[in-house]
Design a protein around this ligand. Structure first.
Ligand SMILES: NC(=O)C1=CN([C@@H]2O[C@H](COP(=O)(O)OP(=O)(O)OC[C@H]3O[C@@H](n4cnc5c(N)ncnc54)[C@H](OP(=O)(O)O)[C@@H]3O)[C@@H](O)[C@H]2O)C=CC1
Ligand SMILES: Cc1cn([C@H]2C[C@H](O)[C@@H](COP(=O)(O)OP(=O)(O)O[C@H]3O[C@@H](C)C(=O)[C@@H](O)[C@H]3O)O2)c(=O)[nH]c1=O
Ligand SMILES: [Mg+2]
Length: 301
């Protein structure tokens, strides 16, 4: 079986290179490879036609949430037009398309975990372009697995864990938002679940569809920051500089940003767990493992 992977060097793409390897031959592309640039949907479509994959996995996306507010056309090209082009190719060839979306498709109201069938209402450009991407895939009629995930981190790539370690080393005091709640989710978990779901869906096509895929439990960004810094301090008290004044919780209103973000980013993963016979691990599990890996790579654990 041949799998075409787009965005091989992102957090999730990197882990997919590992997790998908046992399933077949992987053709993995990044932006600079021929046909690997999602800002060129025609070139992308041509790459799919040339590779003739049975499965297309799109791990590439425009993920700079604040910057997207002023680069909406580019964000739309990458997050909406490119997935739409992949979906057309998948529909025409019969390939299974695997794609990722986000908690930011929701407006963040209430406190109940969002279900796949709930009404969407993105608050920012990134969320709107990701939602339009999902919708284009669903409308194309291609066989697809769309996974909405949240707050992704990994040892490879840039993310909130690394930002907190960096800021803690340079600032007296960290202030972190305490009224946005969600689930930090490891790229490793996302990739492992993806591989499992692809295998099952190829056997049972009725399993195709839209799924929420996050770790279990919930946290605010403040809870998450505190957890990371406490663990970092514990792992190597001398090696990790942590802000002397500690981490202070703040409200979203006290953190001006170009893009608005949802307060309630909780995603209900019961559909995924039931369809694929899975139990999601608590978010702390993956964060602990990846933090150790990050500290080891810095030579401080
Ligand atoms: N990060 C997060 O917190 C969340 C992510 N998601 C979704 O999960 C998926 C994976 O995200 P994640 O791995 O975290 O993202 P990253 O930001 O880590 O990686 C995104 C990848 O996309 C690539 N990319 C960007 N623009 C293009 C382009 N024009 N052509 C080809 N490749 C491009 C980047 O390459 P380059 O380095 O060259 O720019 C990078 O390798 C995405 O669909 C994202 O929307 C969902 C929820 C949360
Ligand atoms: C750096 C920093 C951030 N924050 C806040 C801002 C923001 O609300 C939150 C997280 O910061 P980030 O920059 O990681 O936020 P952001 O890039 O919006 O993260 C999102 O990325 C996209 C791709 C997704 O799909 C989402 O699931 C989510 O992971 O923490 C603080 O409160 N204090 C700080 O010092
Ligand atoms: Mg970000």
């Amino acid at each position: 079986m041949k799998i075409l992977l787009l965005g091989k060097n992102g957090q999730v793409g990197w882990q997919l290179q590992r997790a998908l390897a046992p399933l077949g031959e992987i053709v993995a592309l990044e932006r600079k490879d021929a046909g690997g640039d999602l800002a060129d949907p025609q070139g992308l479509a041509a790459a799919v036609r040339a590779a003739k994959p049975q499965v297309i996995v799109n791990a590439a996306a425009y993920t700079a949430v604040d910057k997207a507010e002023s680069e909406s056309q580019l964000a739309r090209l990458i997050n909406t037009e490119a997935p739409a082009a992949l979906a057309r190719e998948a529909a025409a060839s019969g390939a299974l398309l695997v794609h990722y979306s986000t908690d930011y498709v929701f407006d963040g109201s209430g406190s109940a975990p969002w279900q796949e069938s709930d009404a969407t209402g993105p608050l920012n450009v990134y969320g709107a372009t990701k939602l339009a991407g999902e919708q284009a895939i669903a409308a194309s009629g291609c066989a697809h697995l769309t996974f909405r995930t949240s707050w992704v981190y990994a040892a490879h790539g840039d993310n909130f864990i690394k930002t907190m370690l960096r800021l803690a080393a340079t600032r007296e005091r960290l202030t972190v938002i305490d009224d946005q709640k969600g689930a930090p989710t490891g790229a490793e978990l996302i990739a492992d679940v993806t591989a499992h779901a692809i295998s099952q869906t190829l056997q049972q096509p009725a399993k195709a569809g839209l799924y929420h895929l996050t770790a279990a439990g919930e946290a605010s960004w403040f809870d998450y920051a505190q957890y990371v810094l406490a663990l970092a301090r514990q792992a190597r008290p001398q090696g990790v500089k942590t802000a002397a004044g500690g981490v202070q919780p703040i409200a979203s209103s006290q953190y001006p940003a170009a893009a608005r973000r949802p307060l309630n980013s909780r995603l209900d993963t019961r559909r995924l767990q039931a369809a694929f016979g899975l139990q999601m691990p608590p978010w702390q599990q993956g964060v602990t493992r990846v933090l150790r890996e990050i500290l080891e790579s810095k030579g401080i654990a």
